[in-house]
Design a protein around this ligand. Structure first.
Ligand SMILES: Nc1ncnc2c1ncn2[C@@H]1O[C@H](COP(=O)(O)OP(=O)(O)OP(=O)(O)O)[C@@H](O)[C@H]1O
Length: 394
């Protein structure tokens, strides 16, 4: 027994985490180089994630990322200059239905918002960090597409009114938002009925005749906090609760019924209430621009990857449009959006105004009172929350 203990203790003593890396061959890449490091006993890839910034300084390079790992070894990629410097001159491009290339990732790949693979997004950042610029990029990329756009603009309309020509509906006050959200849930309910009639689980299923397939709806929300903050809880509680529930229903069921959320805000904090935390869990696409407080970075990225939080806190204020993004691959990337002026987005909205379906045509399938139609029971929600991925549009 004693011998075993001594052996164990020796083994434990062998474990040292901070040791010089054992590097393999250095291979050049267009942006810098790639190198493999063998892990010392007791090291994990996480230990490397924790010291990437130190490595970048030691190697005198712009940045180091851990690109992959196998048992016992990690592969690191170093970039000599910031690839995001090149994003400024990029153009936004539609890359298929509901898919927009909005900028560049720091591994040189395009930064793509693809609602087909990641249906709902949270876009946060301090003032002047580049949130609206990204929304502008989406307007430019989505306007020519056969999709409906709906705006919730709690900044009194300053953000989305310029694009009204291409919007099928716009709400600027919270009570209007509550009504419009009820109508969207009612749209979901009518699409549910349609799917039941054709015995399919989502609107993309091939069994649904092409003519019967409803048009996708992208919902843009700006300033999320305004939907949840209460100046006078006694009078506003009910409305806030209704807004929170309806947003959550849209997030839970949107993927199956072609309704997608892009939610922007300066701040996401637990003080906004449980509704925000529940909603956040459904917004699996995350974009964190420069933020002023740790809590917002943590709320935006922390539940996905703690290293992403540290990366977001390092975004310099003089690089608007730079963000830490978690998208379809569930890994975090530094990214920068293409620079899109409000005028460009406005021009795109005007040019494609004829593509905006009328709100009446979108809500036609449900007759009567939206508030009532917006009631859903748990079994209905469960029935449609996990659509088959193969059915999503191509
Ligand atoms: N990707 C980018 N490249 C270059 N400049 C950018 C980029 N994104 C934003 N900017 C510039 O940074 C400034 C702030 O951007 P934007 O208005 O999008 O910030 P915001 O986060 O929406 O701010 P606010 O909350 O105050 O509306 C603008 O002048 C904009 O042109």
């Amino acid at each position: 027994m004693h011998g075993l203990m001594v052996k164990q203790r020796r083994k434990l003593h062998r474990v040292q985490v901070e040791k010089a890396p054992r590097l393999g061959l250095i291979r050049p890449t267009p942006q810098g180089f790639i190198v493999t490091a063998r892990l010392h006993d007791g090291q994990t890839p996480d230990d490397y994630e924790d010291v990437l910034e130190k490595l970048a300084h030691a190697w005198r390079v712009h940045g180091v990322r851990l690109v992959s790992w196998k048992p016992g070894r990690v592969t690191l990629s170093a970039t000599l200059v910031d690839p995001l410097e090149m994003a400024a001159g990029l153009e936004v491009a539609a890359e298929g239905l509901l898919r927009v290339r909005v900028g560049l990732l720091d591994d040189g790949n395009p930064f793509v918002i693809d609602f087909r693979t990641v249906p709902h997004w949270l876009n946060v950042g301090a003032t002047q960090s580049g949130k609206s610029n990204l929304a502008n990029a989406l307007i430019v990329g989505l306007s020519p597409q056969p999709v409906a756009l709906v705006g919730f603009d709690l900044k009194g309309g300053v953000e989305f009114t310029p694009y009204q020509a291409r919007l099928s509906a716009l709400a600027t006050e919270r009570h209007e938002c509550a009504g419009l959200l009820a109508e969207l849930v009612a749209v979901i309910k009518s699409r549910m009925e349609l799917c039941r009639q054709h015995r399919v689980k989502n609107i993309w299923h091939p069994r649904l005749p092409e003519g019967a397939r409803p048009i996708p709806i992208v919902v843009l929300v700006d300033e999320m906090a305004e939907l949840f903050l209460m100046a006078d809880p006694d009078n506003e509680k009910e409305e806030v609760a209704a807004v929170a529930t309806r947003l959550l229903r849209i997030a839970q069921l949107g993927r199956a019924f072609g309704i997608y959320l892009f939610v922007c805000g300066q701040r996401v904090g637990s003080d906004l209430g449980k509704g925000v935390t529940a909603l956040r869990a459904q917004l699996t696409g995350r974009i964190c621009h420069m933020v002023n407080d740790d809590e917002t970075a943590k709320m935006c990225l922390g539940d996905m990857d703690r290293h992403a939080v540290a990366a977001a806190r390092q975004i310099p204020p003089d690089r608007p449009g730079t963000a830490v993004v978690i998208g379809s691959d569930s890994r975090w990337h530094r990214a920068r959006s293409a620079h899109v002026l409000e005028e460009e987005a406005e021009a795109a909205a005007e040019a494609y105004a004829h593509r905006a379906p009328s709100w009446q045509s979108l809500t036609a399938p449900f007759a009567g009172d939206a508030e009532q139609a917006a009631e859903l029971d748990e079994s209905e929600i469960e029935e449609f929350t996990e659509p088959d991925l193969e059915d999503l549009p191509v």
